[in-house]
Design a protein around this ligand. Sequence first.
Ligand code: HPA
Ligand code: ZN
Length: 355
Amino acid sequence: MTTPVDFDLTAFAHGLPKAELHLHLEGTLEPELKFALAARNGIELPEKTVEEVRATYDFTDLTSFLAVYYPAMRVLQTAEDFHDLAWAYLLKAKEQGVVHAEMFFDPQAHTSRGVPFENVITGYRRAAVRAQDELGISAELILCFLRDFSAEYAMATLMEALPYKAWILGVGLDSDERDNPPTKFAAVFARAKAEGFFLTMHCDIDQVGSIDNIRAVLEDIGVDRIDHGTNIVEDPALVALAKERGLGFTTCPVSNSFVTEQMKADEIVGLLREGVRVMVNSDDPAYFGAYVGDNYVALAEQAGLTPTELVQLAVNSFEAAWLTPARRAAYIAAIEEYATAQGVPLPAQGVRLPA
Ligand code: HPA
Ligand code: ZN
């Protein structure tokens, strides 16, 4: 079976049922909403137009991105603000074929400036519940600790989150990796695991000590997934271990092209073709100008992916999601039905990894 000649790859990629597993809610703050929230909260912004805001998106690395990302958040104050942010994202996600989202949020970016944790979690949770009811998207939250704050502050944040445990699927680690290795948070992640949370951590692209940090998250922390993490290609033995464990890698090609010089398509596609459970996500789509379906298209165009390989990426997104086996199987069946209806051959069964 071959793909039809008049095949529209962009439409196919957007319509593919997919899970988004690497998405920072605070990274979905579009300039228009930023202005609306600033007006609602009586905040004066230095930039006066959308173009002026976008002109500040001049990133060369993770640090220069974070220097724009955090100050923008001051417009987020009330539970309603957090709801509106997440809801705006979920509406976009629907258009991009997302049927399940496990979304990061950064409570310390708010509690550190005096916004109560309760405002953050109740606003986000209300949008997640609404997404299920009104959009048919299952939306879950992953609490990320900011690694440039102390381990004590992370532990205090975990304690603050425990009353809301039923609303939080897992915990992650983000922000500036430089001098903030995974082992700094070993006790926090051990406690989170004991409380029943799934674990993930960012291993950002081309950091000093990237491969050592990846080894630590695999061998010492025992994460259930890795965010980015494609520097693992530097150590084939670690690749073999990740493959054997069926570990998910939440890659973000367009984000990579903003914080490094390239999408890292060779690394992502190399891992995909080796049978490692990589999938594609959007990271901070308001800043990088690409939501998740757009990331599928960008990677496909850069690397010459076949429609069948796009199907494999979508399958991987559910294989790596924190779902029950029955729900995972139902989502994968929906992908197979979609691909078959469009005349796209399914990936070889042998590529499918154990759950
Ligand atoms: N890496 C680290 N911190 C972040 C990211 C990221 O990709 N996005 C938002 N905060
Ligand atoms: Zn990220």
